[in-house]
Design a protein around this ligand. Structure first.
Ligand code: HEC
Ligand code: HEC
Length: 512
């Protein structure tokens, strides 16, 4: 009876809400509003006008300097440029950020240790701290000279083999399937006395590419393999997907972009015939199992910063947490020695190695690393480069701006005009960049458009300029020349620019 009353009461509200916000079906069991639910019709109009792609390149746009909205940091530019907190946090939130920072930098140790304060590493792992890969909150790099592969690793996965497995993927219950022995990624480190899984080997082949005016650029084409497999062979269907750690800035703002705004750019069947499709990634929230838009990771495989962080704890460090309560990390049942190791759980703290508030604090930290202000958006050369970036079709995927949702959970991220230069959709980037690995909706040639904000500070922060998912590009020019598939026309437009124009386009990227 009570339930009935409640239903009668809710019915008119629900039906009027449905009338106001028509829904789009992205797959059989998802329905996302095709209009922003957080704004009045008047505000929707305002947002549409503010986010319209500009055609005026005579001067910088309003608020263009503040690429992360009010959260942008205007701190002096130096090697710490990616390590500042969102400028609009409250004092209490700043304190939370600092606690999160300590945990992001914390070096975990193998258990049992004498202090017990940081127990739980591994037994198999890729690094001892989040910060070991996200160096200075910036990006990792491929190993140079010595076998230092810390800030990069290989994801291992095979596609569905049976009808049952195909159904799991179609229902978004699985993204792909791990190697039965090695799990989801190759851990090249292990606690004392345990064998690591093996190590990543890369060989590069130089390939010459011609640009306008007879200039030739050499690209290095990588081939990946695994050396010293310590637990027997890999499944022959398993593919290796190399990933470097991406920069950590602006994550909370990306999370606060409304679904309707991301879906507005999707065109999976290329109905407008511009050669660029753009598929939304659909993944399950680790907690609620609800279907959500995947925005994080190179294949858009995680819907939230918390999901991505929980996976990093367990997969990269071997630290269990409330959302991934596996004390032995990515150990598989074929690795019996691994399971024989002590876990780092301490009952007085909780039932995982990183119980809340640890995961909560690290998530909060990861959501609040500020995007740095643009340096000189009004410089003549930068403006010329901006025009070329827009006219070459780069903005078909690297969407300049969004206004985040008004009802964002964290007020610092709410209703901000932001400039990430990404549509957060998946694109076929051609055979050159393909890793052959399916991740949910993303096939072996598809990648999520990488945001470009902050890219001009890579060298300042990380002292290198290795770009793309595996750091194969040694500078911005190479990164652009690797674009293929849906991005081929934009790549060709860049390659056919004269040297001055190319330099201007690069100056624009350097100013981000
Ligand atoms: C061994 C190296 C490594 C460690 C350690 C590591 N990460 Fe990452 N991180 C990566 C890589 C590689 C990616 C890209 C993941 C992908 O696409 O599969 C990533 C992606 C992310 C992203 C999403 C970035 C984006 O642009 O979508 C977040 C957030 C993140 N990591 C947080 C963390 C946190 C929090 C920790 C510590 C608990 C951590 N990471 C530890 C390598 C690492
Ligand atoms: C079809 C969509 C698409 C178009 C068009 C496109 N890009 Fe990209 N861009 C991507 C994707 C996807 C990635 C990530 C690829 C990877 O990591 O392997 C990327 C990566 C990049 C990167 C490296 C980012 C990083 O952090 O490593 C740069 C620089 C870049 N694009 C610049 C450009 C420029 C300049 C243009 C126009 C000439 C352009 N892109 C056109 C989709 C596109």
């Amino acid at each position: 009876m009570r339930a009935l009353k409640a239903n009668l009461f809710l019915l008119p509200i629900l039906s009027s809400a449905l009338l106001l916000t028509p829904l789009v079906a992205v797959s059989e069991d998802t329905r996302f509003p095709n209009e922003r639910t957080d704004l009045s019709p008047k505000d929707r109009k305002r947002v549409a006008s503010v986010t319209r792609v500009t055609e005026d390149f005579s001067k910088a746009e309003n608020f263009e300097t503040m690429q992360g909205g009010a959260a942008t940091t205007k701190a002096i530019v130096n090697g710490d440029a990616f390590s500042h907190f969102s400028a609009n946090l409250t004092f209490a939130e700043e304190e939370e950020f600092k606690l999160g920072n300590a945990l992001f930098r914390k070096l975990w140790v193998s258990s049992p240790s004498s202090t017990q304060a940081s127990d739980g590493l591994g037994p198999l792992f890729n690094a001892r701290a989040c910060q070991s890969c996200h160096l200075k909150d910036g990006r990792g790099h491929p190993p140079e000279g010595a076998a230092d592969a810390t800030s990069m690793f290989l994801r291992l996965a095979r596609p569905a083999r049976t009808e049952e497995e195909k159904t799991l993927i179609a229902r978004h219950e699985a993204l792909n399937f791990p190697d039965l022995t090695y799990g989801k990624q190759l851990q090249d480190l292990a606690v004392p006395g345990l064998k690591s899984e093996g190590s990543m080997a890369i060989s590069y082949e130089e390939v010459q590419v011609a640009l306008a005016e007879g200039e030739v650029v050499s690209l290095r084409k990588p081939t990946y393999s695994v050396k010293d497999l310590n637990y027997g062979p890999l499944d022959p269907d398993v593919t290796l997907s190399p990933r470097i750690a991406p920069p950590m800035i602006g994550m909370g703002l990306i999370q606060a972009i409304h679904e309707a705004d991301i879906l507005a750019n999707a065109d999976p069947d290329d109905e407008d015939g511009d050669g660029i499709s753009g598929k939304p990634s659909l993944v399950r929230d680790h907690h609620t199992r609800e279907l959500k838009l995947g925005r994080f990771g190179f294949k858009g495989q995680n819907a939230s910063v918390r999901d991505q962080s929980a996976s990093a704890f367990v997969g990269d460090l071997g630290i269990s947490n409330p959302d991934a309560p596996f004390h032995h990390g990515d150990c598989t049942s074929a690795q019996t020695d691994c399971f024989a190791r002590a876990s780092g759980v301490q009952e007085r703290l909780g039932d995982t190695e990183a119980p809340d508030p640890v995961l909560e604090l690290v998530t909060f930290y990861s959501e609040n690393l500020a995007v740095p202000a643009r340096r000189e958006p009004g410089d003549t050369k930068v403006l010329k480069g901006k025009e070329l970036f827009y006219r070459s079709g780069c903005v078909s995927c690297h969407t300049p701006k969004f206004v985040t949702r008004r009802d964002a959970e964290n007020k610092a991220h709410a209703f901000q005009l932001i400039w990430p230069y990404s549509d957060f959709l998946l694109h076929d980037m051609g055979e050159g960049l393909a890793d052959g690995q399916q991740v949910g909706i993303a096939d072996g040639r598809e990648w999520r458009t990488q945001p470009l904000w902050g890219i001009g500070l890579t060298e300042t922060v990380n002292e290198h300029t290795f770009f793309l998912h595996d750091g194969r590009a040694r500078n911005l020019t190479e990164a652009i020349l690797w674009h293929g598939g849906e991005a081929e026309a934009a790549r060709d437009a860049f390659a056919s620019l004269n040297k001055d124009d190319r330099t201007a386009l690069l100056a624009f990227l350097e100013s981000l």
